[in-house]
Write a protein that binds this ligand. Sequence first.
Ligand SMILES: Nc1ncnc2c1ncn2[C@@H]1O[C@H](COP(=O)(O)OP(=O)(O)OP(=O)(O)O)[C@@H](O)[C@H]1O
Length: 253
Amino acid sequence: MNETKLTARNVDVFYGPKKAIDNVSIDIDNGIVTAFIGPSGCGKSTFLRSLNRMNDTIADARVTGEILLDGEDIYAASMDPVALRARVGMVFQKPNPFPKTIYENIAYGPRIHGLAENKADMDAVVESALTKAGLWEEVKDRLTDAGTALSGGQQQRLCIARAIAVSPEVILMDEPCSALDPIATAKIEELIDELKENYAIVIVTHSMQQAARVSQRTAFFHLGNLVEYGETSDIFTNPREEKTKDYITGRYG
Ligand SMILES: Nc1ncnc2c1ncn2[C@@H]1O[C@H](COP(=O)(O)OP(=O)(O)OP(=O)(O)O)[C@@H](O)[C@H]1O
């Protein structure tokens, strides 16, 4: 049995008057990959962003209901969103390294969160994060090059290393491979598989093949509703809901 890391109860998300997520309740477990799938505009990214309060940065977005991280309400007044986003890290669709060196891309977060006492500590944090992200061997001799000088796939692994560097508990990935070629995609998928041991990972993907390859649980969203959530193998081979069946057999989406 995996422990539950994130619990959402009766979550609605609005953009102004428009409801984009309707009454979603879900438990997300540690040590596995959970995939969010569904047709374009169904609310996957909106719901993902509510899990680390990234919607706070959108002026007219509003979240109601309850989201708990290890039982703690992430929308409580006492919750610092910056500290929360270190615990619940995020990797975006388009690799977005800072316009800084490879080293600084990783060191920035640990520095602002006070995770390294001195240069030797920081060097160790940087090496460890890059190693976990499968990038160390490729960049160890060019740590002072710009992060943006790396290939797209390397940049995405740099962004994963940057998320890992602040010791998160959850990693949210919003279509992390959609800007990558098949070889870079395969590397990220392998990495996700290795990382899942130590984190709760949630991935939004448009690719049902990718969801089937990397995830153990799948949540199918449609028009802001969570239609079905279960073991990935069940969702793809034996869905309970007609709508899920229609989607996975390519009838819409
Ligand atoms: N910043 C925003 N302001 C207003 N409406 C938004 C905003 N972001 C998303 N929406 C709307 O909320 C709904 C859900 O969008 P969302 O991007 O979460 O869906 P999605 O399933 O991730 O889609 P896609 O697969 O195309 O990325 C859509 O109707 C979208 O137009």
